[in-house]
Design a protein around this ligand. Structure first.
Ligand code: SF4
Length: 175
């Protein structure tokens, strides 16, 4: 439906979200340079924490989620992102498998918190680091650490065009 103020169709909203992660997968998107400019012209970038703290309210057409669920706050955020997103894509090993943070899953987390932090009572953390799909339905998973920028571009372009992404099944999982 077109915008009654200018008669133009609104651009699809693309949002990037960061949970527990190193930002490397967001950097893959930034590294797309010219291709990103073309994508940016076709969409409204509603959230991209690696670029700006500004955030446009949902709902979102496509959400790319980087990072694993490691804190109660991550858990609240991913549920809200899922509520607001038509298509949710988990990007990278952290979001699809728990990432390096999941090493904690084999240790006594409270013991680690006590050993590392002087005031452990201020630390709110979950016992395990888990993938996004353990908590909310995920439409696509793009694997890798970091993800391939070419595969990310193909996925975003396909989703915005309403076609199936042309990617090897080993790198992409459609839930
Ligand atoms: Fe960083 Fe790798 Fe996690 Fe991506 S998957 S956020 S590159 S640690």
């Amino acid at each position: 439906m077109s915008d009654p103020r200018n008669g133009k169709r609104p651009r699809p909203k693309l949002a990037v979200w960061k949970l527990a992660s190193c930002d490397g997968c967001q950097l893959s998107l930034l590294d797309c340079e010219d291709e990103l400019l073309a994508v940016a012209g076709a969409v409204e970038i509603a959230s991209f924490p690696e670029v700006s703290r500004a955030e446009i309210a949902g709902p979102y057409d496509v959400s790319l989620v980087e990072g694993s669920i490691t804190t109660p706050h991550d858990l609240e955020r991913i549920q809200e992102v899922r509520r607001q997103s038509r298509v949710l894509v988990a990007i990278g090993a952290c979001a699809t498998a728990g990432g390096i943070q999941a090493l904690r899953n084999f240790a006594d987390v409270q013991g680690l918190v006590g050993a590392v932090y002087g005031r452990p009572e201020y630390i709110r953390t979950l016992e395990r680091s888990t993938p996004v799909s353990d908590h909310v339905p995920v439409d696509y998973e793009l694997r890798g650490c970091p993800i391939s920028k070419a595969q990310l571009l193909e996925l975003v372009t396909a989703l915005l065009a309403g076609r199936a992404p042309d990617l090897p099944t080993s790198s992409l999982c459609q839930e």
